[in-house]
Write a protein that binds this ligand. Structure first.
Ligand code: ZN
Length: 406
């Protein structure tokens, strides 16, 4: 599945119709959450059926205006959040289980259509909405060409509202595959605050300059927002400005991180990274930290995406002890955060702290890879490989209880 995004150009009046559609999508979602809480909805089919109840109710004329498949798409969203809650409860994860919440108004919101309620113009430069809100036709602005794909490959169309306007995302059913030469290189990446990452060869990639610049700008706008009076016009203006600054910053980061991830994947045959927990990342209030956390998270998403495209495994490992253990002899060498060099008293190995961690990450990933992936294929094949008969002659013979009969 790939996603193409184009900006939507229309009139103020048309945008207001889109707002109504977005509000209705939220209404459908919240109504379903509500009747799930009341015990009326117990499974996904109930949620689908409830769309009909909503659209037949004369009290909610807007529900009927929304395209029926779009209603369903939002029922799916509601059910997905309920299901996530059930799953978390079942898995007994510690802390909050993510009880479904009602969604409030936010600038960043979207409405999702499936295969009806919209159409493309003959030349595919305009997107026309055909449901009850009759938002009309919008000019599409984007760098991508939709001509390359068949119409029935477009599985969904999402209208996204952000601080700087409206855009359409086309979800296209297409598996991207690229050919890659073997490079004979495997890489482990240690993510850090001082550098964006350090690899197991000791090479470092620095954070881009604009990161600090964006951070300063956002801080300034945040201060300005906090000085304005509540519910004043200036406050709305300041909030919009801040929203646009955040948006610009995140786009710039995403662009940088996407290109970096593609380069890493193209020049390696295996990539090992730390498994960062999103839950821990969201908690901190320091802006610089939260920005780089977000950038890493995106970086990992892109690595995994390009990994599939180029056929390069991306393995995430538990970051525990990767910075403490010695990558040469495996002994634990306790270091404070300010100790930048790893000096092992057991084997005398000296290396940069982050480089040592990156080597540990790569080693751990290879171990994981051998333990899971290799074994699955082994079991699936079902045949006794030749090497086993060789191994029984060695001292490991006791591992196999029954020897194959000749
Ligand atoms: Zn050592």
């Amino acid at each position: 599945m790939i996603i193409y995004e184009s900006k939507l150009e229309g009139t103020q009046n048309q945008y207001e119709r889109l707002d109504e559609a977005i509000r209705t999508g939220r209404f459908v979602r919240n109504s379903i959450i509500r009747s799930w809480m009341d015990g009326q909805i117990k499974n996904r089919n109930d949620a689908y059926a409830y769309c009909k109840v909503l659209s037949d109710n004369p009290e909610f004329p807007w529900a009927n205006q929304l395209n029926s498949m779009a209603r369903q798409a939002h029922a799916e969203r509601a059910w997905a959040s309920i299901e996530r809650f059930y799953r978390n409860c079942k898995a007994k994860i510690p802390g909050k289980k993510g009880f479904p919440k009602f969604k409030k108004y936010q600038v960043r919101d979207s409405i999702e259509y499936k295969t009806s309620g919209w159409k493309l113009s003959e030349d595919r430069r305009y997107l026309i909405f055909t449901d009850g809100f009759s938002a009309g036709s919008f000019k599409l602005w984007g760098s991508r060409d939709l001509h390359f794909y068949l119409l029935n490959q477009i599985k969904r169309v999402r209208v996204v509202r952000r601080h700087d306007g409206y855009s359409a995302q086309f979800l296209i059913d297409h598996q991207r595959e690229e050919n890659k030469e073997l490079t004979g290189r495997q890489i482990g990446l240690d993510l850090g605050l001082n550098h964006f990452y350090t690899d197991n060869f000791g090479e470092k990639v620095d954070n881009p300059r604009f990161l600090r610049k964006d951070e300063r700008k956002i801080k300034r706008l945040q201060r300005r927002l906090s000085k304005t009076e509540k519910r004043s016009k200036n406050r709305t203006k300041a909030r919009n400005k801040l929203g646009r600054a955040h948006l610009k910053g995140s786009r710039r980061r995403n662009d940088w991180v996407c290109k970096l991830a593609q380069r890493v994947i193209q020049s390696n045959d295996l990539v090992a990274i730390e498994n960062l927990r999103v839950r821990n990342m969201v908690k901190n209030h320091c802006l610089a930290k939260s920005i780089s956390d977000a950038a890493w998270y995106r970086f990992r998403e892109w690595l995994e995406y390009f990994g599939v495209v180029y056929g390069v495994p991306v393995i995430a490992v538990n970051p525990r002890y990767t910075s403490q253990n010695c990558s040469n002899c495996g002994q634990k060498v306790v270091k404070t955060l300010s100790t930048r060099t790893h000096r092992c008293p057991h084997c005398g190995y000296i290396a940069d702290r982050d480089e040592n961690a990156a080597i540990n990450i790569l080693k751990e990933a290879l171990k994981q890879w051998a333990n899971t992936m290799g074994r699955i294929e082994f079991q699936v094949s079902g045949e006794i490989p030749l090497c086993l008969s060789l191994e029984t002659k060695a001292s490991k013979g006791t591992q196999r209880k029954r020897k194959p009969k000749k």
